[in-house]
Design a binder for this molecule. Structure first.
Ligand SMILES: N[C@@H](CCC(=O)N[C@@H](CS)C(=O)NCC(=O)O)C(=O)O
Length: 249
């Protein structure tokens, strides 16, 4: 089995439990442990699958993240790989590439690594920033009550408005999202993946962002018949349909 998944850690568990496998990926979950939706955790999970590495998943609610490994960081994903604890999805991908050079490459060399940084910046600054305003109340609604209170209190000041107000009128913003995705749409005329004939970490960067929306929100952002919709379906099929197996909202 490629990965194992167990329930959200309690305080005692995060401190005392011995790992069952040498790699543990801490992810963000909603009220249901299966509903792991963090775009960054999806990037890390796809990178582990790409490398063909076994790992155990630990779905973690927002209000338990600080207990995972406070010395490493306060966000998920966090990967524990043997004696290394790595916080940050980009750092995790870089670690996997360096630590497992004989496994399929995530970046395809220095040039690919450098270009992937552009894709990460684009996915975060141009795509995630738009999508969050379209799904933020839906994210709130899939969280457990304690997390809901934390999420509202931390996100509304950042947004400068209520979660409800942020999401209002989202249908009118779909054309703007499509414009931001245009570089991807044009690229797909000549190749099936950002990585070329096969996916690479560049694909997982945008995939994580769109999988975040798929798992957290019933609002349809992309036409499944469009070139980007078809690419997304191809990504859902990877690794025996691993990402597709996670329930859509
Ligand atoms: N740059 C980080 C960002 C990670 C991040 O922001 N994760 C969010 C979940 S999507 C988080 O853990 N937030 C904790 C919080 O808001 O308290 C990465 O790429 O891993």
């Amino acid at each position: 089995m490629m990965f194992a998944q167990i329930g959200c850690p309690t305080k005692a568990e995060t401190h005392n439990r011995e790992p069952d496998v040498s790699r543990i990926l801490y992810e963000l979950c909603g009220a249901e442990a299966e509903r792991c939706f963090s775009p960054f955790a999806w990037r890390a999970r796809m990178a582990l699958l790409h490398k063909g590495l076994e790992f155990e998943r630990r779905p973690t609610p927002f209000t338990s993240i600080a207990r995972i490994a406070p010395e490493a960081g306060k966000t998920v994903p966090i990967l524990v790989d043997g004696d290394r604890t790595i916080c940050d999805s980009w750092a995790i991908a870089c670690h996997l590439e360096d630590a497992y050079p004989d496994r399929p490459s995530l970046f395809g060399g220095d040039g690919g690594h450098a270009a992937a940084k552009l894709i990460e910046s684009w996915a975060n600054a141009a795509i995630s920033s738009r999508i969050v305003q379209m799904i933020v109340k839906d994210i709130h609604d899939i969280l457990a009550p304690e997390d809901q209170a934390y999420f509202r209190a931390s996100r509304e000041p950042r947004l400068g408005k209520t979660l409800e107000a942020a999401q209002e009128g989202r249908e009118d913003r779909l054309a703007d999202l499509a414009t931001a995705l245009l570089p991807m749409h044009l690229m797909l005329k000549s190749q099936p993946f950002i990585g070329g004939a096969a996916p690479m970490h560049t694909d997982y960067l945008l995939f994580g962002t769109l999988q975040w929306a798929r798992v957290a929100s019933p609002f349809s952002l992309i036409d499944p018949e469009s070139p980007i919709g078809q690419w997304f379906e191809r990504c859902l099929d990877l690794y025996d349909g691993h990402a597709r197996a996670v329930k859509a909202a």
